[in-house]
Every structure is written in structure tokens, then in C-alpha cells.
Design a protein around this ligand. Sequence first.
Ligand code: G6P
Ligand code: MN
Length: 443
Amino acid sequence: MDKELKIVICGGGSTYTPGIVKDLLDQRQKINIKELWLYDIDEERQNKVALIVKEVIKTEAPEVVLKVTVNPKEAFTDADYIMAQMRVGGLKMRVKDEQICLKHGCVGQETCGAGGMTYGMRTIYPMVQLIDYCEEYASKKYWIVNYSNPAAIVAKATYKLRPKARIINICDMPVEIEARMAEILDCKLEDIESDYFGLNHYGWFTHVRCKGVDVTDKLKEHVRKYGYVSEASMNDALLKDPDWVHTFKNSALISSMFTDYLPNTYWQYYLMPDSIVDYMDINNTRGMQVINGREKRIFKAAEDIREGKPVDLQQFYVGVHGKFIVKVVESLIHDERSRQLVIVPNNGAIENLSDDATVEIPGYVTDRGVEPVRVGSIPRFYKGLIEQQDACEGLLVEAAIEHSYEKALMAFTMNRTIPSSLVAKKLLDDMIEANKGYWPELK
Ligand code: G6P
Ligand code: MN
């Protein structure tokens, strides 16, 4: 019998928690979970989400023990696997990031542009602290599988500041796109295998295979016309959200201009920021939509449970987000060597990028971590874009470590979504003001 595991969700109060728990319990033949711990610094929020998680456990696997805590020592002592999904500053700060950017005429987005850099500044040290807790308290063979955004910046910072940490940084966007591809092709997601390179939220699919057959051209033809949207995909929960439909459709414009590869959806923010700013509404930002949608639904469900009313748990089981992180954990436990798209230090994988670039590429997940594949050289256009963005993210991490205002300004200036150093400075100054108490002090 496999070892009985203590699994911790860090950021227990997230709207994603019930979905992750469901997908985790679905795999308990392979993941011998004894205790599931929720950890968060926001006790009130986590307690609400915990009410729903209790229901999920009651229906799926009542033998699993649920513990809920705001005490890091309790949470991480002897922990085996830690799934991290912290949102530093909460959705309230997400909205501030978005609105400040839009006020200056720039893309107001959670992980891209000034919003992403601002969120990165908030998240670097809390992530480092999480690693330190795990080093101190957790099982010697702990693994952190990290979804916390902005993943590109967080990954870069953790690899730099805690190079020995047992952490794997991941993002569900590529696999969500693969799910759309499967719908377009009318096949199963498990049958899709991709070759991919880039940075997180900044990458390209170079080849896609379905059961080993190359389907890249077929997909390109579809995506050029319709984006990552098909009739079948309209039944997908994610595509019930107009904002996501807009995003998945925008890939049509990008893939008809740049035809070598299939784009990650996030290219819309970098390659067509003007059109995105026109589309965005400062009075109804994405963060506000999440507060009025996903978050409201989860709080309402918690209230209903408290009042003894029935709740439809299905509404929280959306997309492949939970399945993907659970699959990575399963691969770590069983040395499955499953092939996943992961965020790793480049170290030669993309031949003509520097070793310290933080790249998103395929890798095999073993019990010792990720064995990345070798990508080879990439063409000038893609290399140029990636080098600029990696420099931007690298400068931001250095700014946080060195407390350097000027490096932060360089990072903001380097970003494709910000048109000039003058706008960069205004944005940075407003972000510093809005993030008092969250950011390291810059001098
Ligand atoms: C995708 C990305 C995540 C991001 C999320 C935002 O899943 O990979 O990094 O956090 O989208 O979705 P939302 O619905 O909160 O705007
Ligand atoms: Mn992501």
C-alpha cells in the first residue's frame, strides 16, 4: 500500500478549491490521501469555501479527513504535496491593478503588462515564505505544485531565490487550449500531445498530435477562421463566459497574421493591446466580473449550506484546471513520467535563449521533478519577443530583490503593453501608492 498522504491546498479560500478537491478525490485510487488541509491567511473567506469542500468530501470520499487552518506550522508539518494557488491582495487588488492600467490607457490584466508586474511584486516574497515553511516543516520529500500567478514572474523569482526548493510551477492555459483543440478535432484531451515553447502566457504550439497523428495544419485552418472555438466547445463551461469566448476567438486574428505556430490565447494582450484596451471596461474589469460571478456564487453556496439548503456542487467543477494539477501530483507520486507543459529554467532547452530564461515547454514529470525536453533553436521573431519579455520579468525580479525603483521602471518600460517610459513611470508611481504594505520598498 502506498504511503498515506497529507496534502495541503495553500490558498484554501480560492474559488478554485472545491474543483481541485473534487478532481483530487476522483484520483484517490492512485493518490492515497489521508488528510486534506486547507491553508489560507484569510480565515473568514477560507471558512466559507471549507463549507463547500466539506460537502464535496461528504459526497465523494467521506473517509478523507479535512483540516482547515490559518496556522502555517500546523498546515505544513509533515506535508507531502502542497498545491499552491495564492492570490496576494485578493480580487480587490486584482481590480485595482486592472483599473490603474486602464486609467493610463494600457492593458489592465491580471498577469500581463503593468497589472501582472504589480501582482508579481506582491507575490514574490509570500511565495518564498511558502517555500521556507515547507523547508522547515514539511516532509523532506515535499513537492509544491504551484499555480500562483503571475506564474512567469513567480517561477523566475523562486528559481533565483530558492534554487533548491522542490517546486514545480505550472499554468492551466496551455492545457485549457488543448481541451479546445480536442473539441475542435472531436477527440479526447488525453489523445492530444503538443510541442510548445515560450514563456508562461507567452508561448506557441509548434506541433499538435492526436493519437500520434500530426493535426497541426488541420487545427491551424480552424483557428485561423474561428479561433479556439467550435460548436462542440460552446457546451464547455468556460465558453459560457463571454469574456473567454472573446479571448478564444481573438486567437483567429493572431494565427492568421503569424502562421508558423498556434498561439497561446494570452498573445492578445501583447500583440493587439490597442484592440484589447478598447474592449476592456474600467467599470467592469475581469476582476469585477469574477467578484460578481464566480465569487458571488461560491459565497452564496456557502450561505445556503450554512442554512441547510441544498447546493449544486457541479457548478464548481469547471474546466481542466483541477485535473491538470492533480495529474502533476499523481506523476510526482508514482514517477509516472507523464508529459506535461511546465515552467522551468531554460538551461539550454531552447538553444538560442539564455540559460536563465524561465521557459514553458514540455517536460516529463518524474518523482525527482521535471525532465524537460530539448526544444532546439527558435526563429528570430519569436526569440525577439521572448527575450524582451524575459528581460522585463527578470528586471522586475531584480527590482524586488534589490529594492530598486530604477529596475522596476526598466521592467515597466520594457513591457510591450506600455508605450513609453513616461507612461511606465506614471503607472509605476500609481502602483507603488496603491500597493503600500504589499510591495517591497523601492528606493
Ligand atoms: C487561465 C490562466 C490563469 C488565470 C485564469 C484567469 O486559467 O491560465 O493563469 O488566472 O485564466 O481566469 P479568470 O476567469 O479569473 O479571469
Ligand atoms: Mn496561467
